[in-house]
Design a protein around this ligand. Structure first.
Ligand SMILES: Nc1ncnc2c1ncn2[C@@H]1O[C@H](COP(=O)(O)OP(=O)(O)OP(=O)(O)O)[C@@H](O)[C@H]1O
Ligand SMILES: O=C(O)C1=C[C@@H](O)[C@@H](O)[C@H](O)C1
Ligand SMILES: [Mg+2]
Length: 176
C-alpha cells in the first residue's frame, strides 16, 4: 500500500448497473487499501429505518431517487473512502456532479447477460425503472448516463475479469 490520497478528491466512487458488483468489489477494494467502505444503499436503509424495497413501496420511485440524491449530496469531508452507489444514482445529475467533485468516479461495466447471471433476485431487488421490462433495455437506457458521469470505465468482461478490475482500482487509488 502506498501513501498519497490526501487531496480533496481522494476517494473512489463506483457507479454502474444493479448487480454489476459495486458493493462486492468496493468492499474488497477498501479492505485491500485499508480505506473505509461506504455503501449508499446501506446508508439509505439505516437513515430510513427500512429496506430498499420498503422505501420504494412507501415513497415511490421518485421519492426513492430523491432520498438517494440527498444521501449522496450529504457525503462530504471524505478522504480514503470507497463509495458504492446504488444503480439508480445516475439519474441525478446533481449527485453525479457531487461524486465527481469528491472523488474519482468509476463506471463498472459488464454485459447485461453476465449481470443477470450474477443476480438471481432482480424482480425483488427494487431496480428503479425496470418495471416489467428487461434488464437489457434498462442497461441500454442507462449506459450513456454512466459513461458520461464517470472519469473512468472499467470492463468486468475484459481480460482478467473482476481480479484485473480490482487491481486497476487499486492502482488508481494509489495515484490520487
Ligand atoms: N466478481 C464477482 N465474483 C463473484 N460474485 C460477485 C462478483 N461481483 C458481484 N458478485 C455477487 O453478485 C451479486 C451482486 O453484486 P453487488 O451486490 O456487489 O452488486 P451492486 O453493483 O452493488 O448492485 P446494486 O446496484 O443493486 O447495489 C452479489 O451477490 C455479489 O456477491
Ligand atoms: O439500479 C437500481 O435501480 C437500484 C440499485 C440498487 O443499488 C438500489 O439502490 C435499488 O435497488 C435501485
Ligand atoms: Mg450495491
Amino acid at each position: 500500500m502506498t501513501e498519497p490520497a490526501h487531496g480533496p478528491r481522494a476517494n473512489i466512487c463506483l457507479i454502474g448497473m444493479a448487480g454489476v458488483g459495486k458493493s462486492y468489489l468496493g468492499r474488497r477494494l477498501a479492505a485491500r487499501l485499508g480505506w473505509t467502505f461506504l455503501d449508499v444503499d446501506e446508508l439509505m436503509e439505516k437513515r430510513a429505518g427500512m429496506g430498499l424495497q420498503q422505501i420504494v413501496a412507501q415513497k415511490g420511485e421518485e421519492g426513492f431517487k430523491a432520498l438517494e440524491e440527498r444521501t449522496i449530496l450529504g457525503l462530504t469531508d471524505l478522504r480514503r473512502h470507497v463509495v458504492a452507489t446504488g444503480g439508480s444514482a445516475v439519474y441525478s445529475a446533481k449527485a453525479m456532479g457531487h461524486l465527481r467533485a469528491i472523488g474519482h468516479v468509476v463506471y463498472l461495466h459488464d454485459q447485461p447477460a453476465n449481470i443477470a447471471a450474477r443476480v438471481d433476485n432482480l424482480p425483488t431487488r427494487a431496480v428503479i425503472g425496470l418495471g416489467d421490462g428487461s434488464l437489457e433495455r434498462l442497461f441500454t437506457a442507462r449506459r450513456p448516463l454512466y459513461e458520461a458521469a464517470a472519469h473512468l470505465r472499467l470492463d468486468l468482461d475484459g481480460p482478467g475479469g473482476a481480479e484485473a478490475t480490482l487491481a486497476a482500482l487499486e492502482a488508481l487509488a494509489q495515484n490520487i
